[in-house]
Design a protein. Sequence first.
Length: 456
Amino acid sequence: MLHKFYNTIKKYNMITMGDKIIVGVSGGADSMCLLHLLKELSNELDFSITVVHVNHGLRGKDAQEDAEFVENICKEWGIAFNLYHIDIKKEAKKRKCSEEEAGRILRYEIFEEERKKVNGNKIAIAHNMNDQAETVLMQLFRGSGLKGLGGISPVRGNIIRPLLEITREEIEDYCVKNHIEYRHDYTNDLNIYTRNKIRNEIIPLIKENINPNIVKTLYNMSTIIKEEDIFLDKKAKSLLKEAIEKETKNYLVINNIKFNSYDDVIKKRIIRIILEKLIGSLKDIASKHILDIIELSKKGTGKKINLPKKLVVKTQYDELIFQLGETNIQNFFYKIDIPSSLFIEEIGLTIETKLLNREKFTLFNQDVYTKSFDYDKIEGSLCIRTRKPGDRIILKNGNKKLKDFFIDSKIPRDEREKIPLLADGNKILWVIGYRYSDAYKITANTNRILQVKVSK
């Protein structure tokens, strides 16, 4: 048993020399077996152990006795012990979930809290092969895809599960042979939870009537599925990397043409990866949401859908855009004095203007955000503002509505509201960052030159 345990640790590189491991110990056979095996290996592999026991506040005296039992064992074995109390009923209501789910979430939160407190780097959990089989069946009954059917991972971040390749029967046999006492939680016998029903009724039924080795069969199946799931995830991440055009913390844009060249299986994975990046988890994201995004990607520009957690997905020309919420840009209007330096708070830009004589002017210092105009062609007062109906710009091929210019230039609709305009009434001198008007170009007859520089 110790050899099998060690091989699992070695195979998944779970423990290295100098590790500080938090061990979740309930007092049951699984966790007591895990603790004893880790204690046996700790000197050889040179790692330290800290035990965490969580009293869920559900079983009164029995729960208190469990805590005292684990604490006494830790004293006897010379292992650091920490006890945490939680009110599961209260937390389940607060988190709007079942007591079973609340307990699971809180245990992991406590293990992580303790890990940080003692500067640990691993959390050992006593999940075994039977837990894996039960998990796979639960996911199957829920209609899960490959990720769910892959079951519990041997290693997930800093969480390790060294007993995952060992059956519950082997664990109990190890405890008997090594005179390891353990506590029995009577709630595990109550078929009020889905997992208990699977453990106490469904798996025994399958063993007796269909497959006596169902636990190992389901474990082997989950391993194969997980390998394929990992491969497909790597492929999806690689294709997503090729398709990404822009990415920030709350905003991600991919090339929609590339995206729609992928198979739907890969599309679904890419969407899940993007959503996890933006909202942290796929909780509240259903299969229908994923399919809605795929359907949206096939529609024309300017379409959008709203998803849970304030997530918006929309199409803009050849782009598929994912963002948290939508930023509404407030309209602004600022009169421009010459010379001046003006900060536009709404867009975080500074506009600098100055007047130059023709003799002192050179085009060498012009760039995307520095433009010069024939000052004498300006008829009214200059301003920096957002767009409004009737705006026009004069280009080489004639007078054009600003709206048509935006459409022809494939500037996304949302972006149009954010673009600052240098204007002379309703005539546009400069669509800042994009195009300036031919009507105000400097010619051989120009005497005075207006230079405008935009900077962050």
